[in-house]
Design a protein around this ligand. Structure first.
Ligand code: 5GP
Length: 126
């Protein structure tokens, strides 16, 4: 089934400049900004500028350039925040919610980068 993209979602409005955001990094294909309701001292959202609904939509349909740029931006954010364990940081978590069971709030693909406190185990029991 193809994904239908709702261009009225909040991140589409941010990308069009209709709603302000606290930008962390911007490139040709990617925007990263601070989450409005941070759940950790570092809580950055990385989004592609293209109209993709979920991770699988993006990974299947985006160009190589978009996919590479997205991940390079995420890596640069980790490096600049000093949270990467390879560089002596205390670590971080990336996550992406897709659809109903994952309680995806905004239907524009985004990766959360969370860090700055112990984050606990990956999932709570159902
Ligand atoms: P999801 O549940 O879809 O994975 O996460 C959506 C995230 O977007 C939430 O963490 C929420 O706090 C964040 N968010 C929702 N609306 C806005 C907004 O207008 N600005 C910013 N910066 N973050 C938002």
């Amino acid at each position: 089934m193809a994904y239908a993209y709702d261009d009225q979602n909040i991140f589409a409005k941010i990308l069009r400049g209709e709603i302000p955001n606290d930008t962390v990094m911007e490139t040709e294909h990617t925007l990263a900004f601070n989450d409005i309701r941070p759940q950790a001292p570092v809580h950055v959202l990385v989004i592609p500028k293209g109209a993709y609904v979920t991770f699988d939509h993006f990974a299947a349909d985006a160009s190589e350039a978009e996919i590479a740029d997205f991940h390079r931006v995420a890596a640069r954010i980790v490096a600049e925040a000093g949270i990467g364990p390879g560089e002596g940081g205390a670590g971080y978590r990336t996550l992406s919610n897709a659809g109903e069971d994952a309680v995806q709030e905004v239907p524009h693909y985004h990766m959360h980068i969370l860090a700055g406190r112990p984050l606990g185990r990956m999932l709570q029991p159902a």
